[in-house]
Design a protein around this ligand. Structure first.
Ligand SMILES: [Zn+2]
Ligand SMILES: [Zn+2]
Ligand SMILES: [Zn+2]
Length: 138
């Protein structure tokens, strides 16, 4: 039940009410230990209706529990946030990696290199690298 208390702490620290649906979504993330697409989440949590699920994911992305990973496939993928994220400070300047073989998207430790363009104010940076993930490259 260590996982359950971890999940409870995440929700509490973001001032989110503990509901079964929210716990189920987070439990699925910790069980898989990877980023998950909306499709994977829907397939896993078939019992919860779509609207409820979207509300949960919205509450999570607004409050620093999950972050959306932009991808050109048109499918939204979510990654778990670091413990330091909250509703006010929810910055993600790490890079992502998409495997061209298995399709997995990973959060990388590496930060997006700083870019400065004269006359522009950069507020956000997303960088997705593509290639073969560790297990596909092996
Ligand atoms: Zn975050
Ligand atoms: Zn792969
Ligand atoms: Zn990420």
């Amino acid at each position: 039940m260590a996982r359950y208390s971890k999940i409870k702490n995440i929700l509490k620290s973001r001032n989110l009410r503990i509901t079964d649906g929210r716990v189920d979504v987070l439990e699925f993330f910790f069980r898989k230990g990877k980023t998950l697409s909306i499709k994977e989440i829907q397939e896993e949590l078939k019992d919860s209706d779509r609207v409820t699920l979207y509300r949960i994911l919205n509450a999570f992305t607004e409050n620093g529990v999950l972050h959306k990973i932009p991808d050109d496939s048109g499918q939204v993928t979510f990654g778990l946030c670091h413990d330091t994220c909250d509703a006010e400070d929810h910055n993600h300047d790490h890079m992502h990696f998409k495997c061209l073989d298995c399709g997995t998207i990973e959060c990388l430790e590496q930060q997006v290199p700083e870019v400065s363009i004269p006359g522009y104010q950069v507020k956000e940076a997303n960088l997705i690298l593509k290639g073969l993930c560790k297990s596909c490259a092996a």
